[in-house]
Design a protein around this ligand. Structure first.
Ligand code: C2E
Ligand code: MG
Ligand code: MG
Ligand code: MG
Length: 278
């Protein structure tokens, strides 16, 4: 009887991991045709300057509607990274973001677009050349483009990573470290990275209104950034109480549902026209 029970639970585990695998395979296969089928859209989430309550930039976040079914980037981006599809997808994301930057620039909206760059993209030999070429092709001023890169992508090959950051920075592009605090744990590297901004990961922001330890962490990151001459933004800000604390800590910017969820381009324009309501 004991042996039976073990068998059953083992069987269940097996079935679940089998389903997960099948789901991943389905996503990997569907991704291959999703660009042609025009199933991807870029959404935009505003970033607010805490001092002035103005919106000066936004993050571009990809959305995938696979025959009407929404699939989260948290699920498909890692699969695309694993399969290599992130490379053509990354090109699509860059082209789409630059086209939007051009359109808004021509409309006279001064909005910087922050584009997420995956490790596989960042470490391509021709990555910088692709950015440079797009700045020219779309005639977008470099100050309107920001790239969000994770610590781990840069540290994959530190020397190469720093040379890429240096080249991008020379082009006039803004550079942010995304998900700061969750990846590489040594702080020494920060001095050597020519970046402009740290993005405090939302896992530290989530409970910071009530959790003293998260408060201490966020405050320390804000002070660290200031001491290194870096700007600082908190992501995942959902409540006024979090904003109040961040203001106290001299954080520069916030991004989160408190302000707005990621929204399509036309809604973003309407959001800008209305302005921040608090
Ligand atoms: P990320 O770059 O750290 O993006 C922030 C995530 O937090 C987004 O999730 C955003 O919708 C979500 N978020 C923003 N404000 C709040 C809030 O107040 N509360 C909560 N709970 N969440 C908030 P999303 O869009 O699902 O993207 C997840 C991740 O997928 C991103 O994390 C990024 O790593 C990746 N990703 C999304 N779009 C792209 C892209 O265009 N290219 C690449 N390479 N990766 C992308
Ligand atoms: Mg990001
Ligand atoms: Mg992030
Ligand atoms: Mg994140």
């Amino acid at each position: 009887e004991e042996a039976d029970k073990r068998n059953t639970s083992y069987g269940l585990f097996d079935q679940q991991s089998g389903e997960k695998h099948a789901r991943r395979m389905h996503i990997a296969r569907s991704l291959e045709t999703a660009i042609e089928k025009q199933q991807f859209v870029l959404y935009f989430q505003p970033k607010m300057k805490i001092k002035s309550h103005t919106i000066d930039s936004c993050e571009c976040l990809i959305r995938w509607f696979d025959d009407g079914e929404f699939i989260s980037p948290a699920q498909f981006i890692p699969i695309a990274e694993h399969s290599g599809f992130i490379l053509p997808l990354g090109e699509w994301i860059l082209d789409t973001a630059f086209a939007q930057a051009k359109a808004w620039h021509e409309q006279g909206l001064h909005i910087r677009l922050a584009i997420n760059i995956s490790a596989r993209q960042f470490t391509q030999q021709d990555f910088v050349a692709g950015i440079k070429e797009r700045l020219q092709r779309f005639a977008v001023p470099a100050e309107l483009i920001e790239l969000e890169i994770t610590e781990t992508a840069i540290m994959d090959d530190e020397e190469f990573g720093i040379s890429v950051l240096q080249a991008l920075s020379t082009l006039g592009i803004s550079l942010s470290i995304d998900d700061f605090g969750t990846g590489y744990s040594s702080l020494g590297y920060l001095q050597r990275f020519p970046v402009n901004k740290l993005k405090i990961d939302q896992s530290f922001v989530r409970n910071m209104a009530s959790d003293k330890r998260d408060q201490a962490l966020v405050l320390s990151i804000c002070q660290l950034a200031k001491n290194l001459g870096l700007d600082i933004i908190a992501e995942g800000v959902e409540e006024h109480a979090q904003l109040e604390k961040l203001k106290e800590y001299n954080c520069d910017q916030i991004q989160g549902y408190l302000l707005s969820r990621p929204i399509p381009a036309d809604e973003f324009e309407a959001f800008l026209a209305k302005g921040v309501s608090f």
